[in-house]
Design a protein around this ligand. Structure first.
Ligand code: LRH
Ligand code: MN
Ligand code: MN
Length: 424
């Protein structure tokens, strides 16, 4: 299914006058309006292929109906998202959950929807029916060279598939680690993992990047072999200039100062990948901005500061992706909310009066520094984000249009009520 542009335009007309009033009011308050609008227009975030189906927990899964049954249908769903918000122009595949049977045809279909292929994700945390060795005790870290080799070869295969699709990055997330003290020799596990990563790194084309994602626990509950940013940094620093750390917001211990991690990794030129989600307890993968939007803003404040300081551009230098899933929402509505939350935080960060903030910092004026940050954070930037969508041909009210056009109802008619999308 494809959303016709005129239907979005019709829906926009009904909201146009009210929107214009709100936009004019905020726009009048923003000194760097053109810069903010330009950056919002350029903003794009990748949607993971596994987020289009209803998520679930290990206790159950409740299908919402009309879920995509194939990679082609996932691309169509991201096409709908992108038509509504004009900021979701990329897809990130997890292999083997979404193996393209015909890469050329898939690439062409994605292009029809204005989508490109972002980072490819390998999977050595689940056993596949046709594989010789089990990953029960790890993959790249495994004590048995044959298992490590199998895992390395899988990653190399994923790179090859990515090349055909026009992707230029590989995300490696490892479930490797141990469940009990004594199970693993930490140093040997690190060395094995490093050696395996070196082989994968050597197979990457020169213009590719490797994102090494860390996570402090789960599914291993005693140790994880790439457990935190420091460990990821050790690997990527040793690997070389094509390797970077990936920050997934849900992968930290409670109360970790993620914005500081972001700032320092950018300082070292080693932050490239980013998985957005929100969490209350652990790797909850909740809708971005649903729990702690202030933290999201503070992270964006560092991203903007770091990009400015290093002359970086988000489109070329940072691989931004959503990594969220859920049990009770319509996946497309949930993704629309996540993208919106990210753009709001980004816009707020762009409003920060940097000159004033630097002055406050140099004068050790903590109260003024907080005023500056919260002045930006408490500005209602939603009309700016909506205006940027409108100018790009998207919807002023994406969820409203998704509902009034009965997109989900039509998808259920087309695909059925009891559907299970591939993925977690
Ligand atoms: C691991 C993770 C990683 C996986 C995805 C499905 O928790 O964040 O990025 O690829 O979830
Ligand atoms: Mn992730
Ligand atoms: Mn995760």
């Amino acid at each position: 299914m494809q959303l016709e542009k005129y239907k979005i335009d019709e829906a926009n007309q009904q909201k146009a006058a009210a929107h214009q009033r709100k936009f004019d009011y905020v726009a009048g308050e923003v000194a760097n309006l053109d810069d903010v609008m330009e950056k919002l227009a350029a903003f794009n975030i990748a949607i993971p292929s596994w987020a289009l189906g209803t998520g679930g927990t290990r206790f159950g899964r409740f299908s919402g109906g009309g879920e995509p049954r194939s990679l082609e249908e996932k691309i169509e769903d991201i096409g709908v998202l992108h038509a509504l918000n004009r900021s979701s122009g990329a897809i990130s595949l997890h292999i083997p959950w979404d193996i393209p049977k015909d890469a050329k045809a898939i690439k062409a279909l994605a292009a029809q929807h204005g989508l490109r292929f972002d980072a490819m994700n390998s999977n050595t945390f689940q056993d596949q029916s046709n594989q010789a060795h089990s990953y029960k005790f790890g993959s790249l870290q495994h004590v048995d060279k044959a298992v490590r080799k199998q895992a390395v070869e899988h990653n190399i295969e994923v790179i090859k598939q990515g090349i055909e699709l026009g992707s230029n990055a590989l995300t490696v997330w490892l479930a490797d680690g141990s469940c009990f003290p004594g199970q693993l020799n930490f140093r040997k596990a690190f060395e094995n993992t490093y050696e395996s990563l070196e082989e994968i790194y050597a197979a990457m084309p020169d213009d590719w990047k490797m994102y090494l994602e860390y996570k402090c626990y789960e599914p291993n509950f005693y140790s994880t072999t790439v457990a935190d940013w420091g460990q990821s940094y050790m690997y990527v620093n040793k690997l070389g200039p094509k390797a970077y750390t990936l920050v997934d917001l849900g992968h930290h211990l409670p109360n970790a100062n993620i914005e500081q991690i972001v700032s320092l990794l950018m300082m070292e030129g080693k932050l490239a990948g980013f998985h957005f989600n929100d969490s209350k307890y652990g790797d909850d993968d909740l809708t971005v901005g649903s729990i702690n939007p202030y933290q999201l803003f503070l992270i964006f404040n560092e991203l903007v500061e770091g990009m400015d300081a290093r002359g970086m551009n988000h489109a070329n230098d940072l691989g931004w992706m959503i990594d969220a899933s859920h049990n009770v929402k319509d996946p497309i509505e949930d993704l629309l909310q996540s993208v919106e939350a990210i753009k709001i935080a980004y816009a707020q960060a762009l409003l920060v009066d940097k000159k004033k903030l630097v002055e406050a910092q140099l004068n050790n004026d903590a109260a003024l520094a907080q005023e500056v940050l919260q002045q930006a954070y408490r500005t209602d930037v939603r009309p700016l984000v909506a205006e940027s969508r409108l100018r790009a041909g998207g919807a002023l009210d994406p969820i409203g249009v998704f509902r009034s056009l009965q997109v989900r109802g039509n998808l259920i008619k087309e695909r059925g009520e009891k559907t299970v999308a591939t993925g977690l």
